[in-house]
Design a protein around this ligand. Structure first.
Ligand SMILES: NC(=O)c1ccc[n+]([C@@H]2O[C@H](COP(=O)([O-])OP(=O)(O)OC[C@H]3O[C@@H](n4cnc5c(N)ncnc54)[C@H](O)[C@@H]3O)[C@@H](O)[C@H]2O)c1
Length: 264
């Protein structure tokens, strides 16, 4: 297992889903994990799980789209733990399911604000601290929807495409100073992104889950992934095991971007 001993990780979106799995996996690899999220109850639950396993962690409520909250998150983590070695930008929203001409301007703005501006704000606040360390890393959670077009997801695709190329750009500017910057593009991961399915009546929830599983079944590895299967890659990219990787866009997608959709 890659080691993150003596590393302090700042992670957004650690309350649920992929971010929660990253928090637990990085803590198991030895990291101290500072979490920022809008979901206070579940964020604190992740921290309690790390603490009860003997690790170190903290939680702060933070909307990544809000500059002052992001500054408070980053400064708070540094005040608590003295340094910052890794930033993981995981917080994200799906932005609703509409074609572009049916999408409200506010919905577009909010998706870009959380997914892309949030990544920008967290990077901007964290980079001065990351550059104080001899080696540091940033891992951005993008999406396969950031490298291909997908139906009914204009703001999500645009925001994740922005994260993909921002990752390459940051790698160019900061790798000479020891900060490696990489992105992960997950495919179908078995989370309830945004809590959307959980809020549906049982029959609709089952139908939505079945649709998702049917889509996932069309890809080369014909299933959804567990969040841990993404977290393991994030932990690797954050660690010195990935010492020559920067500007890489790593798909963790069961092969779905390796081919067009195919049924049997
Ligand atoms: N689940 C998938 O299939 C999938 C596929 C590709 C990419 N992703 C990406 O993975 C990341 C995690 O998604 P997930 O599937 O675990 O969903 P999730 O909804 O379980 O996790 C998202 C986390 O971000 C937090 N969050 C949302 N808005 C926020 C804000 N403004 N400020 C701070 N925190 C905020 C949520 O509270 C939650 O903890 C997202 O960036 C998502 O776009 C997910």
């Amino acid at each position: 297992m890659p080691s993150l001993n003596d590393s302090v990780v700042l992670l957004t979106g650690g309350a649920t889903g992929i971010g929660r799995a990253i928090a637990l996996d990085m803590a198991a690899a030895g990291a101290t994990v500072a979490i920022g999220d809008t979901n206070i109850d579940d964020g604190q639950r992740t921290v309690e799980e790390i603490l009860s396993a003997g690790g170190k962690a903290s939680f702060r409520s933070c909307d990544v789209a809000e500059s002052e909250q992001v500054t408070a998150l980053v400064n708070g983590a540094v005040a608590d733990f003295g340094q910052l070695d890794v930033l993981v930008n995981d917080a994200g929203i799906s932005g609703g399911s509409r074609r572009l001409h049916e999408l409200g301007i506010d919905a577009w703005d909010r998706t870009i604000a959380v997914n892309l501006r949030g990544t920008f704000l967290c990077a901007r606040a964290a980079i001065p601290h990351l550059l104080r360390r001899p080696r540091s890393a940033m891992v951005n959670i993008a999406s396969t929807y950031g490298i291909i077009g997908a139906p009914m997801a204009p703001s999500y695709c645009a925001s994740k495409g922005g994260i993909v190329n921002l990752t390459r750009q940051l790698a160019v500017d900061y790798s000479p100073d020891g900060l490696r910057v990489n992105a992960i593009c997950p495919g179908y991961i078995d989370t309830d992104m945004g809590g959307g399915r959980a809020s549906l009546p049982p029959t609709e929830r089952a139908a939505a889950q079945a649709r998702r599983e049917a889509n996932a079944a069309l890809q080369p590895i014909g299933r959804q992934a567990q969040a841990l299967e993404v977290a393991r890659v994030a932990t690797f990219l954050a660690s010195d095991e990935a010492s020559f990787m920067t500007g890489s866009i790593v798909t963790v997608d069961g092969g779905c971007t390796a081919t067009y959709r195919h049924g049997s």
